[in-house]
Every structure is written in structure tokens, then in C-alpha cells.
Design a protein around this ligand. Structure first.
Ligand SMILES: Cc1cc2nc3c(=O)[nH]c(=O)nc-3n(C[C@H](O)[C@H](O)[C@H](O)COP(=O)(O)OP(=O)(O)OC[C@H]3O[C@@H](n4cnc5c(N)ncnc54)[C@H](O)[C@@H]3O)c2cc1C
Length: 471
């Protein structure tokens, strides 16, 4: 047995104390160095880092945007509750979209040639972008701001913003996938955009040159090269003029992703209140004091938190107006048709964009999704048969043996569109109210990045992406 005298223990302890104190001093010096280093690199004021604390956060909306926000907020250590009127996550606009993670398609609707095209399409029921005048201020003011965003310098600014957020978001998605192994039938085969007219192909080539200036690799391909990338295109060899291809783009089921991410959030302690309609955001002395909820059971309650995130897609505009915040977000209705590919051979595997019709084709497991077109028609979710049948007609024409065209599942969703195509992320003038909305055509592409950036802003950190956040 080895015994130690009290003296030797005391000497050892005091040596350990000295070593420990010295170590703590080194740690403290390292901490100061780390903070100064962090401040220099991320620009966060020192006191923000010191004040970073766990907060109670309510996220309103469990679409891809609200759910991604909840994930990154929970990862930052906050106590998060998500509220949605639906019985589950991702059941509105994030439900059956085009499935593309398409950073290479960061071209805003508002571009210098858009006003002429929109005028031409005004009377065309199956036009890719259909503006149905409603003579209401919400639509009118959105339309006027859209015209401003068509100016060449605004157009260039908006592309840069979209590309920065898109690239950052795709990285965040890939990281999340690696970290969690989340399943959503994803494919990493790129996105191929094909053109059925020479004029469109020329415009596509110019767009590729433009996007390259912003760091997007979208390469011009001949017809034969395009067929080598996606053999299903051999069926329309004679109809295509050429293609452009972004090999780093991806595709996958946004709904499945949102549902699975919600499950991962729950496992991290995030609470979800489904079937709960946010009736009002209540304010008191320049702060949100609570959100009034009506449950599907009829029961009402007011929930409170330190910070509130509005991620209610197109409905964000309606919820924010009563508290004096008017945002330029207007619903842009789109359609999709989902078809079974079981027993069929001719469906594309690479996600495709048909430039002439402005529609996309994505393979999701043993289904093919065709989606697109936009209609500015207020909050109507009426399913236009003219527009949905046009999707299936085009698919059948291009890929006759791709899917069971007799049993399409039609869907419509309201894209929360801003005139610039750039989402509104960050702080409002109500100090504890934050926005994450207005993702329009690219909410799936920009979802993870927007959630991560918002969690950084709420936590007092500077997001690692160059984007004009609301501050
Ligand atoms: C046809 C079509 C194709 C598309 N294709 C693509 C694509 O290929 N790639 C891409 O990146 N993007 C695509 N998009 C865009 C993308 O789907 C959207 O930008 C995205 O889904 C928006 O997500 P969100 O979370 O903001 O909105 P939502 O998914 O609509 O979520 C908002 C949530 O808020 C809830 N909510 C609203 N009001 C209330 C209330 N008062 N109380 C409680 N809850 C409320 C809703 O129930 C809903 O769950 C497409 C969209 C459409 C329509």
C-alpha cells in the first residue's frame, strides 16, 4: 500500500494550484486572444459575444424557412417553440415545389426585359408569369416596386445577393446532411436547363456569362453534350437548340426534408405547436409582448418569448400589417403535378429546367415532379386546370414514356415573393421581432442558409455571408 504524508499532499496540491492558476491565466489570455480574433474576423462587437445568452424564441411558421430557423436557433442553444396552423411541418408552400436546389438559377424575375414580357403575357391564360390586376394597394405597390427592381443596377445588385445567399445556403444544406444523415430523396446530379429556341439559347448563354461573374459555374452545352448528361433528352434531340448545365446544383424533396428536420428539431428539444393559428402579434411599448393563438380545438392562449420570428411565408404580410410593419411580399401562385414513374423508363434523373415554359422536372424517388409558372392573383389557392394540365401536356409531349400521365396529383402553392427576389431576413423596428420571409422562387434553395443566418443575427453574431440583412 502506498501512503502519502499530509505534507507531501499539501505540497502537491499547492503545486497543482499554481499550475491550475497559471493554466487559467493562459486560458484567459487565450480567450481574450480568441475574442479579439473573432471580433476582427466576424466583426461582432465584444459586448455582443459577452451578452450571448440562451433565449426563449417563438418561430411562427413551420415551412422550410421556419423549420430551418428553429434548427439553427436550437443549435445555438435557444429554447425554441414553433407554431403552425397546419397539423404538421411543410404542408403549405414547401409541400410540392419544384425540388430544385438551384443556385445557378439566381436570376430575379425583375430584369430589364421583364416589363415588356409581363405586358405581352397579360392576356395569355397559360403565360409563365401572369399578372391578374386586382386594383388593390398591396398588389399595385408591389408592382411598382417590381418595376424599380427591373432597372439594370438593381438587377445586378439582386443577382449578387441571391447568389451569395444561395451558395451559402447550399453549403449549409450539405453540412446539415453530413451531420445528421437526413433523408429527402436528394440527388447531386446538377441542374440542366434546356432551350427549345435559338433565341432562348442565346439568352441562356448570356445569362451564364453574367452568372459566372458572380461565381456561378453554369456551362454552355451542345445538344449532344446535354444528352450525354441526361439521356432522357434523346427523345427531343430535334427540338432542343442547346443547354446550360450547373453540375453543383442539387435536387430533393423539400417536404420530406422539412418533416425530417422538424423531427430532428424535436429530438433537440424544440417544441412544435401544430393546429395553432396565430391570430395576432401583440405589442407593448415597442416590443412584442406575445402572440395570440387559436387552436383547432377552439381554445385560445397567448404565448410569450424573448424573441419572435415571423416565417409565415406569404401570410407574413397579413400578420405584420396590424403591428405597423408593411413588407413588400406578395403571393405568387405556382402549380405542380406529381406522377408515379414506377414501371416507366423514360423519366429524367437529372433535374431539368424547360426555359420556354419556365417549368422544372425533378425526379423524387419513384416520382416525377413538374412545377412552375407564376400567377399574381392575391391569396386565391384555386387550382387552375388550364395551368396544371399545361404542365402535364408539356411533360407528355417531351417525355412520352416517363410516368403515369393518367394519374397526376395536382397542387398549388403561394410563393412569398418580393419585387427583388431577395428575402427579408433580420430585425424589424420592433426590437424583439425578426423576419425570415419573402423567399419567392428559391425558398428551398435558400432555406438552410436563411435559417442559419437568422439564428446568428438573433444570437448577436455576424452571419458568414455577404447579404443585406435587415438590421
Ligand atoms: C410551384 C412552385 C415551385 C417551386 N419550386 C422551387 C424550387 O424548385 N426550388 C426552390 O428553391 N424553391 C421553389 N419554390 C419556392 C419555395 O417552395 C418557397 O419559397 C418556400 O416553400 C417558402 O417557404 P416558407 O417556409 O417561407 O413558406 P411556407 O412553406 O408556406 O410556410 C409558412 C408556414 O406558415 C404557416 N402559417 C401561415 N400563416 C399562419 C398563421 N396565421 N398561423 C399559424 N401558421 C401560419 C403555414 O401553415 C406554413 O406552414 C417553389 C414554389 C412553388 C409554388
Amino acid at each position: 500500500m502506498v501512503t502519502q504524508s499530509p505534507k507531501s499532499v499539501g505540497v502537491k496540491e499547492s503545486r497543482r494550484d499554481v499550475a491550475f492558476t497559471f493554466g487559467r491565466l493562459l486560458d484567459f489570455a487565450a480567450l481574450i486572444r480568441a475574442v479579439v480574433h473573432a471580433e476582427a474576423h466576424i466583426g461582432a462587437p465584444l459586448f455582443f459575444l459577452a451578452l450571448e445568452r440562451q433565449m426563449k424564441v417563438i418561430v411562427m411558421g413551420a415551412g422550410i424557412i421556419g423549420t430551418a430557423s428553429a434548427w439553427y436557433l436550437a443549435k445555438s442553444g435557444h429554447d425554441v417553440t414553433v407554431i403552425d396552423r397546419q397539423p404538421g411541418a411543410g404542408l403549405e408552400t414547401s409541400f410540392a415545389n419544384g425540388a430544385q436546389i438551384s443556385v445557378s438559377q439566381s436570376e430575379p424575375w425583375a430584369n430589364p426585359s421583364a416589363p415588356f414580357k409581363v405586358l405581352k403575357w397579360l392576356t395569355q391564360e397559360d403565360a409563365p408569369l401572369l399578372f391578374r390586376p386586382k386594383f388593390e394597394w398591396h398588389q399595385l405597390s408591389w408592382g411598382m416596386r417590381f418595376m424599380i427592381e427591373c432597372l439594370p443596377w438593381r438587377f445586378r445588385h439582386n443577382i449578387r445577393e441571391m447568389v451569395n445567399l444561395g451558395l451559402y445556403s447550399r453549403d449549409a444544406l450539405q453540412e446539415l446532411r453530413k451531420e445528421t444523415g437526413i433523408d429527402y430523396d436528394h440527388l447531386t446530379r446538377g441542374i440542366l436547363q434546356f432551350y427549345t429556341s435559338k433565341a432562348d439559347f442565346e439568352a441562356g448563354k448570356s445569362a451564364s456569362v453574367l452568372l459566372r461573374q458572380y461565381g456561378i459555374e453554369r456551362d454552355v452545352k451542345t445538344v449532344e453534350e446535354a444528352i450525354a448528361i441526361e439521356p432522357a433528352l434523346h427523345q427531343i434531340r430535334d427540338r432542343i437548340a442547346g443547354a446550360t448545365y450547373a453540375s453543383t446544383d442539387e435536387s430533393g424533396d423539400a417536404f420530406k426534408f422539412t418533416q425530417n428536420l422538424a423531427a430532428l428539431c424535436s429530438a433537440r428539444g424544440v417544441k412544435f405547436k401544430y393546429g395553432a393559428m396565430v391570430e395576432a402579434i401583440e405589442t407593448d411599448e415597442g416590443k412584442v409582448s406575445g402572440v395570440r393563438l387559436r387552436h383547432s380545438t377552439g381554445h385560445t392562449e397567448t404565448d410569450t418569448a424573448d424573441a419572435y420570428v415571423c416565417a409565415m411565408g406569404s401570410y407574413s404580410y397579413l400578420m405584420l400589417k396590424p403591428v405597423g410593419i408593411t413588407i413588400a411580399v406578395y403571393p405568387a401562385k405556382g402549380y405542380s403535378a406529381t406522377l408515379s414513374t414506377e414501371g416507366f423508363e423514360g423519366a429524367p434523373m437529372v433535374s431539368l429546367t424547360d426555359e420556354a415554359m419556365k417549368i422544372v422536372f425533378s425526379r423524387i424517388g419513384d416520382r416525377m415532379r413538374i412545377a412552375g409558372t407564376a400567377e399574381l392573383d392575391g391569396y386565391s389557392t384555386h387550382l387552375s386546370l388550364v395551368r396544371t394540365e399545361a404542365l402535364v401536356k408539356r411533360a407528355r409531349e417531351l417525355f412520352p414514356n416517363a410516368a403515369d400521365y393518367d394519374r397526376p396529383v395536382y397542387w398549388t402553392g403561394l410563393r412569398p415573393a418580393t419585387p427583388s427576389n431577395c428575402p427579408l431576413i433580420g430585425r424589424t423596428r420592433i426590437q424583439n421581432l425578426f423576419l425570415n420571409t419573402g423567399h419567392g422562387t428559391l425558398g428551398w434553395t435558400e432555406g438552410c442558409g436563411s435559417g442559419r443566418a437568422l439564428a446568428d443575427l438573433i444570437s448577436g453574431r455576424k452571419p458568414a455571408v455577404d447579404y443585406q440583412f435587415l438590421r
